[in-house]
Design a protein around this ligand. Structure first.
Ligand code: CTP
Ligand code: CA
Length: 228
């Protein structure tokens, strides 16, 4: 028997997770970004690895250590994050977009450090929209079997998250109410609602680590159901 002679165990699904903020350069010393800590994405990566998946974390700048057994690809801008995700897409079974991607970048990045203008006119930055990474992956010819997004909302959380799921062509959305002061950006806790076109399931406030384990279990179940 093959099993008796110690043939390597079959690998679990290949999971790609985006995490952290992106950083959009203004000039060589300045950038536009946001307060994302990356904690939820990193916790999901650790949970997926513990559940037997092959995990790649495509991460913007964070203070976090890469979970053991996880492959990390470091990026800064949204365009770099998209390129890293596209280079993995053909081998990806499950794609999870936990990154807080900057919605806009500079139309032109200054080659030299901008100098203060003496005319006291203020400064206007010309911004253009970034590519939508999760929508690009969800609409790709080599679409992963399961594509999951996050939605941080301050009002009408479920309705806005369901609209985003449909607009981007996702299978699942994990919505959180960021107006809740208990679960701020750098918090170790979170409370979310898992949303698909057929059902909604609430997960009460708990550690991001515990929540990540429960969400990854749900995600793997949804993946298995789709495959069968
Ligand atoms: N997302 C992405 N690429 C972008 C913007 C968002 O992949 N350029 C992903 C996020 O990682 C998240 C989901 O899309 O999984 C929803 O992000 P969110 O910022 O809530 O949605 P937006 O479409 O940017 O809408 P909003 O105007 O509310 O910011
Ligand atoms: Ca956004």
């Amino acid at each position: 028997l093959q099993a008796a002679v110690g043939v390597q165990q079959a690998q679990g699904p290949k999971v790609v997770i985006t995490a952290g903020p992106t950083r959009e350069p203004i000039d060589p010393v300045r950038y536009i970004s946001n307060h994302s800590s990356g904690k939820m994405g990193y916790a999901l990566a650790a949970a997926a690895q513990a559940l037997g998946c092959q995990v790649t974390l495509v991460s913007g700048p964070t203070q976090l250590a890469c979970p053991s057994g996880v492959t990390r690809v470091d990026v800064e801008s949204a365009e770099q994050m998209l390129a890293a995700c596209l280079s993995e897409v053909a081998q990806t079974d499950i794609f999870i977009a936990a990154a807080a991607v900057a919605d806009y970048r500079l139309a032109e990045v200054a080659v030299h450090k901008l100098k203060k203008d003496q005319s006291q006119q203020g400064l206007t930055l010309n911004l253009v929209e970034n590519p939508d990474i999760v929508a690009t992956i969800a609409q790709h010819q080599q679409r992963p079997a399961l594509v999951v997004g996050f939605a941080a909302e301050t009002q009408k959380v479920q309705a806005y998250a369901l609209a985003k799921l449909q607009r981007k062509g996702l299978d699942m959305m994990i919505a959180n109410d960021v107006s809740n002061p208990e679960i701020g950006f750098h918090s170790d806790h979170n409370a979310v609602t898992l949303i698909t076109k057929d059902r909604q399931q609430a997960f009460d406030i708990q550690s991001k680590k515990e929540l990540a384990h429960q969400l990854m279990t749900e995600i793997l179940q949804a993946y298995t159901n789709q495959e069968s």
